[in-house]
Design a protein around this ligand. Structure first.
Ligand code: CTP
Ligand SMILES: C[C@](O)(CO)[C@H](O)COP(=O)(O)O
Length: 376
């Protein structure tokens, strides 16, 4: 399912106070909006709806992430509608609409909404109300309400794209959220599990609650990968997905892309998930001649479903020839495409072994990689 992630960030954050709207204020060392974008980045294509006055600030904050910016409107519903209209015709099957003010959203909350959309037209996270409910006036309790069947609504709220666009076009007035807009259009909305972590920063006190959660739970992993392939007769090698003319080729069960294999193993290593051979056994004929892109995509997807994003990848290729330098920018581009990662987070470099050892004798190419995974 091709999914757009629509982050609404055009509000002024008046209840949160401060000299800047809350989404641009720092929490746990980074702006709220940056945390939110990174929490959602692995789930689809990012679009953020902002106030026109915030264009420069938003653009700077999005550095290294692929985020489309659209201008919002006077209330949340108008902002959402502007975002949806901007995405029309781009071929999205689903859209997750998320408050920028919810930077602590756990990956499992997002994944549950996405999973529900496979069989439901709309889904959103919520938590059952557990406190007693009162009505109060003038500082005195004037009545009570039964909490049975009451839920606290959260985001991201997920919808089939065409349906929610039609619902927004048909909606007149102001809605608290997109579930209200969807229901007014007759769309059934499934409730998925919300999380106590998924707070919406609304008042000044919420910054320290969010900060505690963001600082307390970050899980940073590193992994390394090492691979070697021998040369055999041929006229080109494939390195990091790029075909490089050479007077030998690399021997292997797959396309023998030694660089991509090392990076893939570094990702598996960070996840404590063994190596390529465990997931794609060389004894299995279906992987004969396979493009190594399949292995890398699998490791990236595994990281994403475990709630990690890739912090960075560093790869060193060890060979006398072919010369790697002229190809590193194309290789970086290709690896960035496959990993859906900003090229600025990918380093590809090469060294010779000073004519020593098997790489020095040009018997093969070795590759060593390190990858960092970050969860929040
Ligand atoms: N015209 C608006 C108003 C709100 N929002 C977004 O809707 C979300 C939920 O709104 P809320 O938490 O109420 O944010 P603000 O409107 O910014 O806060 P306040 O009401 O305190 O000013 C936020 O991510 C906010 O940026 C928006 O995109 N466009
Ligand atoms: C969409 C929402 O986050 C659901 O709880 C909420 O309604 C938006 O916040 P607001 O304070 O009502 O604008």
């Amino acid at each position: 399912m091709r999914t757009a992630i629509l982050i609404v960030a055009a509000g002024r954050g008046t209840r949160a106070g401060g000299t800047l709207p809350k989404q641009w204020q720092d929490v746990a060392g980074r702006p709220v909006a940056r945390w939110t974008l990174e929490a959602m980045a692995g789930f689809g294509d990012l679009i953020m709806v902002i106030h026109p006055d915030d264009q420069a600030r938003a653009r700077a904050l999005c550095t290294g992430l692929n985020v489309r910016l659209v201008h919002g409107g006077a209330d949340r519903s108008v902002s959402v509608r502007n975002g949806l209209e901007a995405l029309e015709g781009d071929g999205f099957d689903a859209v997750l609409i998320h408050d920028v003010a919810r930077p602590c959203v756990p990956p499992e909350t997002v994944q549950a909404v996405l999973d529900a959309l496979i069989t439901a037209p709309a889904a959103a996270p919520a938590l059952a109300v557990t406190d007693a409910l009162w009505i109060a006036a003038g500082g005195h309790v004037s009545g009570t309400r039964d909490r049975d069947g009451l839920f606290r609504a959260q985001t991201p709220q997920g919808f089939h794209f065409d349906t929610i666009l039609a619902a927004h076009r048909a909606f007149a007035g102001v809605a608290a959220d997109d579930v209200e807009v969807a229901r007014a259009y007759g769309i059934d909305v499934r409730v998925t599990p919300g999380s106590e972590r998924n707070i919406k920063i609304t008042t000044p006190e919420d910054f320290s609650r969010a900060s505690n959660m963001l600082r307390g739970t970050m899980d940073v992993r590193t992994g390394n990968g090492y691979d070697v392939h021998a040369f055999e007769d041929g006229d080109h090698v494939i390195l990091c997905g790029v075909r490089i003319p050479h007077n030998r080729k690399l021997k292997g069960h797959s396309d023998a892309d030694v660089g991509m294999h090392a990076v893939t193993d570094a990702l598996y290593g960070a996840l404590a998930e063994g190596d390529i051979g465990r997931h794609f056994p060389p004894s299995d004929p279906q992987w004969k001649g396979a493009a190594s892109e399949i292995f890398l995509e699998h490791a990236v997807e595994l990281a994403r479903t475990r709630g990690f994003r890739i912090g960075n990848v560093d790869l060193t290729l060890i060979c006398e020839r072919p010369k790697i330098g002229p190809h590193t920018s194309e290789m970086t581009k290709e690896m960035a495409r496959i990993m859906n990662l900003d090229p600025g987070r990918i380093s590809i470099k090469a060294t010779t072994s000073e004519r020593l050892g098997f790489t020095g004798r040009e018997e093969g190419i070795a590759a060593i990689a390190t990858a960092t995974l970050v969860s929040s």
